[in-house]
Design a protein around this ligand. Structure first.
Ligand SMILES: NC(=O)c1ccc[n+]([C@@H]2O[C@H](COP(=O)([O-])OP(=O)(O)OC[C@H]3O[C@@H](n4cnc5c(N)ncnc54)[C@H](OP(=O)(O)O)[C@@H]3O)[C@@H](O)[C@H]2O)c1
Length: 278
């Protein structure tokens, strides 16, 4: 089981991928708009983690938030997921790479700890490998040393998770996956998480599911609640126990996304959305 269930996780995470030079401004804006959870990665190919640190520092200096108000999550990305801008020595062993990547993340983010440290993806799509076990153990040491409060894994299948548990590995506190409605919104992995009190974080809830956003049921619920299909999807995600991510770059969309939690959906409506396309 996770070391202890997280008590202070917000109900939405702001994702900082693909924002390049706009990362500092958008991170600060997200905090100003009310987000209290930020997701990034020490993977320069898709994220500008140093820019997240700049945005957080600006928000802290302006008195918008204190560091302790913000749930800060970053990731360890192994070499195949990186470009040439590596946050570690590629010749070092995996445990050393984890320690170097974490040290670099803390420097980028201007903090002495993150709240969640996520393994960006297992080494193989087929299952949990010895390399994953080494990285995961090294991440556990970072947690034990106080440099992260919790650990998570991303881009995992049920098979990965089952093999992880069978190998005696510590159960993650978070699982972060791309969530396809046509796969029952990642039904199998969510069920695994629910049984073990793991918090499931869903990304690409909008971009992976355009058919849901245009579906009559969803557009009808949106019209009834004088809200938008995107808000229906995010609220649905929260009601079924998911922690959703949004990567919007638009201030009005930030506001809308955060306001999703005010929407009411009945149990029947939730069930209908859950089985809409898969
Ligand atoms: N672990 C991983 O491997 C992994 C992979 C991918 C992503 N992530 C994380 O998840 C975060 C989110 O990524 P994502 O794939 O879910 O989203 P995304 O690629 O950032 O895209 C969100 C899309 O939804 C639109 N949107 C958001 N709110 C909206 C609203 N209220 N109305 C209309 N459109 C809206 C945005 O457009 P506007 O900008 O115009 O609002 C944008 O086009 C990333 O930033 C990253 O932190 C993790």
């Amino acid at each position: 089981m996770p070391a202890s269930p997280p008590a202070s996780v917000p109900d939405f995470l702001y994702g900082t991928a693909w924002k390049e030079d706009r990362t500092p401004t958008l991170t600060e804006l997200a905090l100003r708009m009310g987000f209290r959870g930020i997701d990034t990665a020490n993977q320069r190919r898709h994220y500008f983690e140093g820019g997240v640190g700049q945005g957080l520092a600006a928000a802290c200096s302006a008195g918008v938030v204190a560091r302790s108000d913000v749930f800060l999550q970053t990731k360890f990305t192994s070499q195949p997921g990186q470009d040439h801008r590596l946050p570690y020595d590629p010749a070092a062993d995996l445990s050393t790479q984890v320690a170097q990547s974490m040290a670099s993340s803390l420097e980028h983010l201007g903090t002495d700890h993150v709240d969640s440290y996520v393994l960006h993806g297992p080494a193989s799509g087929d299952g949990w490998t010895d390399a994953d076990a080494e990285v995961w153990a090294a991440m556990g040491k970072e947690r034990d040393a106080g440099r992260t409060r919790y650990l998570g894994v991303s881009n995992v299948s049920l098979r990965h998770l089952e093999q992880m548990v069978d190998a005696g590995a510590e159960v993650p506190t978070f699982v972060q996956n791309r969530c396809f409605a046509r796969l029952g919104w990642d039904r199998e992995v969510r069920a695994f998480c629910r049984d073990r009190k793991i918090v499931y974080q869903g990304f690409s809830l909008l971009t992976a599911n355009p058919e849901v956003l245009r579906h009559r049921l969803v557009t009808g619920l949106a019209a009834r609640g004088q809200t938008t299909p995107t808000q229906v999807v995010f609220r649905f995600a929260q009601v079924i126990g998911m922690l959703p991510l949004t990567g919007t770059s638009d201030a009005a969309h930030m506001k809308q996304d955060l306001a999703s939690h005010t929407l009411t959906l009945s149990a029947d409506e939730v069930r209908a959305i859950e089985s809409l396309v898969g």
